[in-house]
Structures are given as structure tokens and as C-alpha cells.
Design a protein around this ligand. Structure first.
Ligand code: KIV
Length: 311
């Protein structure tokens, strides 16, 4: 990628085109837009993004919500799970994503430990995402048992996205990443969680890793838009992890993942081609090189000739 001063980073002005479809001006997505979409049964789209480039592509493609998920602990930082990522690490990525997002609603995940002790600590950390990184909402895992803290954050004028079902920050309590809500008791608890979040006034509820029948019941019960991941097609919207979408996650993909592209193959092929071209002196070509102006070139040749003659 060219980042020098000769051309603006990202391409010459004449190369820069918007991906927004012509004739369909995009408008800023807000928490109110999500409610409107639920009312009109217009599916909400959400993807994760963790850096400027992918955030910009996702936003320009017209996705409604860009979520800086704590899944970046694995996808970007190579941790084993989401538990060790810190507020400061998350902030670093949210700031980069903020610079790439114009129209989508920007939601930042509150990492494990940043809202689990006191409501004051939750408000303090949530406000950091808004003030220091430009997030428009924060996401917090947990239903009924987290609802008092969530209310305090909403009272501080910070929209909150709820997240129930398979909540990865509870991996040690759940004993692994297991589909939740499979017994009558578990369904009842999930319904109570969803209703508690709905009453608290969250902006949306992420439903992760639950049977589609349960997701459908919750979606019909609450006024809040639901956004599913591994929760079937009856939610008000769908979210996928960007790295899953384009095959940049290593290892086994979950059942709900649909791969829409193969960035891993594209990157590997590009890297191998570069390596081979350098090894065989095919890169860079003369056309990819800068050249001296003609008069400097002839002056240089004269100087070199004189030097050779003096030897
Ligand atoms: O961290 C994340 O990416 C998430 C989504 C999967 C909802 O929480």
C-alpha cells in the first residue's frame, strides 16, 4: 500500500469512488432507526469491524451497525478467548473504526471485567468509549442479573445493546461455548432476561447461540429489535463476525457461519506471488520504478563518463 506523500493514501482522487448505490442516499443510522426497522420488518444488518480499512468497507457497503466486538481478542490479537482483552485495547480499535465509519451505528463491546464490579465503574468505562473513541452505544452481556448496571449506563445517556444466550464472557461458567436455552427452565430464564432488557430500554438485544424457536418467541415478545448470531432467521436482524464472513478465522467454523468470501486464500496467493516475483527479479518492473528527469539523467551520464575516464 502506498502511504508516501506522492499520492494520497488509499488512491488518487480520481480513483476514489463511493460504494453507496447511486440514487440511494444513505442516512445516519441511529438507535431510532433500529426500532423503525423492527416496526417495518426491515431486517437489520450488523458486522463486526476492528480497524479503519474494514470498517470503511463495511460502512460504505451500507451495513446498519458496525460492532467493535470483544471477539477482536481472538480475531485480531490471537487470544484464546475474550476474557483477557482490556478496555484500553478495545479503545484503540474503536478509535480506528470510528475513523472509518460514517453512516452506520457504531457499537463498542464492553470487555469482561469492565462492568462486573460496580455500576459506577460501568458508567465510567462506558463513558470512555463514548468520549475517547466516539462509540454511539456500548454492548454488555447478561440479562436480569446485569439489568441494574445497564439501567445506570442508560441513565448516563449512553445507549446500551444487550447480549443474552451464549455469552462468551461467561465461557467458564457455561463450561464451554454451548447452545443455550434448550430446556424449559432455560427458555423461561432467557425470556425473563429479554423482557428485563426490553423494559430497561436497551437499543437492541443480541441473541447468540440459542434455538431458532426461542429466538422467534423472544423477538415476538419484546419491542426492542433483536439481532441474532446462531439464533435462526426470525430475529429482527443478523450479525456475523467479519473474519468468519471472509474466512480469516483459523480452525473450525460454527454451524451458523456462512462464508461469503475467502480472504485467506486471496492473501496467501498474493503473498506467495509477491515472494516468487521478488525471488525471480520480476518485481518491481521498470514501469513500477521512478525515473530521473531527462536532463538530470544526461548530466549524470556525463559525470559518470568523466569518473570512468579518470580511473
Ligand atoms: O464480540 C462479538 O463479536 C460479539 C458478536 C458475536 C455479537 O459479541
Amino acid at each position: 500500500m502506498h502511504t508516501g506523500s506522492i499520492r494520497p493514501a488509499g488512491g488518487a482522487l480520481e480513483d476514489i469512488v463511493s460504494l453507496t448505490p447511486i440514487g440511494e442516499p444513505r442516512r445516519k443510522i441511529t438507535t431510532a432507526t433500529l426500532r423503525e426497522k423492527k416496526l417495518h420488518r426491515d431486517p437489520i444488518t450488523c458486522l463486526t469491524a476492528y480497524d479503519y480499512a474494514t470498517a470503511r468497507l463495511v460502512d460504505e457497503a451500507g451495513i446498519d451497525i458496525v460492532l467493535v466486538g470483544d471477539s477482536l481478542a481472538m480475531t485480531m490479537l490471537g487470544y484464546e478467548n475474550t476474557l483477557s482483552v482490556t478496555v484500553d485495547e478495545m479503545l484503540h480499535h474503536v478509535r480506528a473504526v470510528r475513523r472509518g465509519v460514517k453512516d452506520a451505528l457504531l457499537v463498542a463491546d464492553m470487555p469482561y471485567g469492565s462492568y462486573h464490579e460496580t455500576a459506577d465503574e460501568a458508567v465510567h468505562n462506558a463513558a470512555r468509549f463514548v468520549k475517547e473513541a466516539g462509540a454511539e452505544a456500548v454492548k454488555m452481556e447478561g440479562g436480569e442479573k446485569r439489568v441494574d448496571v445497564i439501567r445506570r449506563v442508560i441513565d448516563a445517556e449512553i445507549p446500551v445493546a444487550g447480549h443474552i444466550g451464549l455469552t462468551p464472557q461467561s465461557v467458564n461458567v457455561m463450561g464451554g461455548y454451548k447452545v443455550q436455552g434448550k430446556t424449559l427452565n432455560a427458555i423461561e430464564q432467557l425470556m425473563r432476561d429479554a423482557v428485563a432488557l426490553d423494559r430497561a430500554g436497551v437499543a437492541c438485544i443480541y441473541l447468540e447461540g440459542i434455538p431458532r424457536e426461542v429466538a422467534a418467541l423472544i423477538t415476538a415478545e419484546v419491542e426492542t429489535p433483536t439481532i441474532g448470531i446462531g439464533a435462526g432467521p426470525d430475529c429482527d436482524g443478523q450479525v456475523l463476525v467479519f473474519h468468519d464472513l471472509v474466512n480469516l478465522t483459523f480452525g473450525h467454523a460454527a454451524k451458523f457461519v456462512r462464508r461469503y468470501g475467502d480472504a485467506a486464500a486471496l492473501i496467501t496467493q498474493s503473498v506467495l506471488s509477491f515472494k516468487a516475483d521478488v525471488a525471480s527479479h520480476q518485481f518491481p518492473s521498470d514501469a513500477e520504478s521512478y525515473h530521473l528527469p531527462k536532463d538530470t539523467q544526461s548530466g549524470l551520464e556525463t559525470v559518470l563518463q568523466r569518473k570512468r575516464a579518470m580511473r
